[in-house]
Design a protein around this ligand. Structure first.
Ligand SMILES: Nc1ncnc2c1ncn2[C@@H]1O[C@H](COP(=O)(O)OP(=O)(O)O)[C@@H](O)[C@H]1O
Ligand SMILES: [Mg+2]
Length: 134
């Protein structure tokens, strides 16, 4: 016998970002999805989880309207994730999540094409998170 660790999560009806072509979406739709994905990733990070495989293959979009505020954008595939606290890597987390403006100033998350986040991303980042408190 050997222990097998697993993460059980709900089945999410939807399409992955990998199945979508950002160049065929409206800017409003692609931005809606990408902002939600980045916010989700940042929230995980803020709670001490390093996802480890943030890429379009591992983000599901669930809902009828890709441009809607109600669209659910969910990260999954925690195969490579690390809970920093359990890995004894815990550092004192900042009170507020690190702003994506800082995190992605030199370029968006590497796995995402410029269709999802323009390069250079500065202007786009300010437009999305310029009013955020962090
Ligand atoms: N919670 C979920 N809800 C719906 N589909 C899922 C879910 N988790 C995984 N899948 C489907 O299974 C596929 C593979 O899952 P994933 O966890 O990314 O494994 P892998 O390590 O092979 O990349 C995904 O591309 C997705 O289509
Ligand atoms: Mg995967």
């Amino acid at each position: 016998m050997r222990p097998v660790r697993l993460i059980l999560m709900e089945f999410i009806e939807g399409v992955t970002m990998f199945e979508l072509d950002p160049d065929k979406l409206s800017e409003q739709q692609s931005t809606n999805i990408m902002v939600k994905a980045i916010d989700g990733y940042a929230a995980l990070q803020h709670h001490g989880v390093n996802h480890g495989d943030f890429s379009p293959r591992n983000v599901l979009c669930s809902g009828n309207d890709l441009g809607s505020v109600t669209l659910r954008v969910v990260l999954f595939d925690f195969n490579n994730s690390i809970v920093l606290r359990l890995a004894n890597l815990r550092r004192t987390p900042p009170k507020l999540p690190v702003s994506p403006i800082v995190g992605y100033w030199r370029g968006g998350p590497p796995e995402f094409s410029p269709g999802w986040i323009p390069y250079p991303p500065g202007e786009w980042l300010w437009k999305q998170w310029g009013d955020s408190p962090s």
